[in-house]
Design a binder for this molecule. Structure first.
Ligand SMILES: *[C@@H]1O[C@H](CO)[C@@H](O)[C@H](O)[C@H]1NC(C)=O
Ligand SMILES: *[C@@H]1O[C@H](CO)[C@@H](O)[C@H](O)[C@H]1NC(C)=O
Length: 447
């Protein structure tokens, strides 16, 4: 921990003890900006003003829900200061132009829940996801002059030209779908633009690599044959393609990533991962999978957006320069037009030095300039590459527009047909419907 952090924590404790009326205990500001390469600071700010910087992973709703009894009470505070790595003054100071806020529910295991071997035990994940989406939507409604809802690349460009933060949403983990493509389609109507195929738990769709933040980086025991996507997960990927939603492979098992790249008709993304060759952690992408991405025949034209979590980058040397080591290794395989930035702010205990929070993005630009990245390469990693991927995903969607929604349901579900909906003595059912139910029950008993 750096000195300025220690002082910040110290002042915070004093404030909490004295209960200063002018300052809430939440008053953590970011006046601690230290340029990484002072001689390049002016240039870094010029570039940030000229091109949009888009961060594909910020767990803001999770922080709002973690510390507020009424999570919506957090919304007005975002304009002054809010705990964690993100608030609006710091986002502005850092030149952030676009953010994907995460709609998620912690994995059921985190609540001591067991979904069972078939993932059928009920959980509250859908409620948590919907409440997170609601928080983002109400934040947008509160700040019409500062933020703009975005669903596609054109919306992001428009928000940037208006000087507003483009706000998008991603769903982290298909445990949040409760085994249902209908749930997916409704999230998409509400604005979800990517789906991370797993968080740190497996789902009926896909296998996770476990090993998220707070772990030493061990994987979890497989739940599916082959430890990849299930047939049902492949159906999900096709539905995501049809809906124009990005397929996110951060957190997934290596085989899920391989299977999804094969199944997806559109570019795939890693919204917050590094390079496993630079730091051997299962949250980072191995070279053989990176080789499936890029330009050229047979490759998926996707994008790897690099994370800032010290544990994934290098526990012994967690610096912004080290993040760029990850980025340059990834780019050496996939090409510089297939890399981007996805911090995982608010979802990590410690970001790397010089990128401690959202106000520090000029330092990332300075490090890239220091390493002789050209202006157009920097514009690409900041957001241009991601916007291109989003447009390609939209093109695939347009090409699939003639297809109907997938009617598939998870084959292990036991609640459909929903005979129980008929009420006592089938009192809610018309006589012809009653007959069908009786016949179906008889058939089921005979099986
Ligand atoms: C947010 O803060 C800015 C700068 O202090 C101020 O101009 C603006 O009115 C505030 N907006 C809201 C909705 O609080
Ligand atoms: C940390 O990483 C940076 C970037 O690669 C490197 O220049 C520096 O030498 C490393 N420091 C240590 C102590 O390994």
């Amino acid at each position: 921990m750096k000195l300025q952090h220690l002082i910040g924590v110290y002042l915070l404790s004093i404030t909490a003890v004295l209960g200063s009326p002018s300052q809430t205990p939440f008053d953590i500001t970011s006046s601690d900006y230290v340029p990484l390469h002072p001689e390049l600071e002016a240039r870094s700010r010029e570039i940030l003003a000229k091109y949009p910087l888009i961060d594909t992973h910020i767990d803001l709703p999770a922080t709002m829900r973690t510390i507020h009894r009424r999570p919506m009470d957090a919304i007005p505070k975002l304009n002054s200061s809010h705990p964690g790595h993100f608030d609006l003054p710091r986002a502005k100071a850092g030149g952030l132009a676009g953010a994907f806020f995460t709609a998620n529910a912690p994995c059921p295991g985190g609540f001591g829940r067991d979904v069972g071997p078939d993932f059928l035990e009920p959980t509250e994940t859908v409620q948590h996801v919907l409440e997170s989406i609601d928080l983002v939507k109400n934040t947008l409604a509160y700040y019409p002059a500062l933020m703009k809802a975005a669903r596609n690349a054109a919306d992001v460009r428009e928000a940037f030209s208006e000087g507003k933060l483009a706000v998008l949403m991603g769903l982290e983990g298909t445990h949040g779908l409760a085994n249902s493509l209908s749930t997916l389609r409704m999230y998409v109507e509400l604005g979800v633009r990517y789906v991370t195929l797993t968080h740190v738990c497996h789902s009926s769709f896909a296998s996770s690599n476990g090993g998220g933040a707070g772990t030493s980086g061990s994987t979890i025991p497989p739940a599916h044959p082959g430890n990849g996507l299930t047939a049902w997960g492949i159906e999900l990927v096709h539905e995501l393609n049809r809906l124009g939603v990005m397929v996110d492979l951060s957190h997934t098992s290596d085989n899920t990533a391989r299977d999804a790249i094969k199944a997806s008709k559109a570019p795939v993304v890693w919204t917050h991962s590094g390079a496993r060759t630079i730091n051997n952690h299962p949250r980072n992408v191995p070279d053989d999978i990176l080789r499936m991405i890029g330009d050229g025949p047979g490759k998926n034209p996707g994008i790897v957006l690099s994370v800032l979590f010290s544990t994934f980058i290098d526990p012994n040397n967690a610096t912004t320069a080290r993040v760029v080591d990850h980025i340059e290794h990834i780019a050496s395989i996939v090409g510089k037009s297939h890399v981007g930035l996805g911090s995982d702010f608010n979802g990590i205990s410690l970001a790397v030095d010089y990128m401690e929070d959202v106000s520090k993005w000029p330092n990332m630009i300075q490090e890239l300039l220091y390493r002789k990245w050209t202006e157009s390469e920097i514009a690409g990693i900041m957001g241009g590459n991601l916007l291109r991927v989003m447009e390609e995903v939209e093109t695939v969607q347009a090409g699939l527009a003639h297809l109907p929604a997938s009617p598939e349901i998870y084959h292990k579900r036991t609640d459909l047909p929903a005979h129980e909906w008929g009420g006592p003595n089938m009192a809610y059912l018309a006589p012809d419907v009653q007959k069908i139910v009786v016949q179906q029950k008889r058939l089921r008993d005979e099986l």
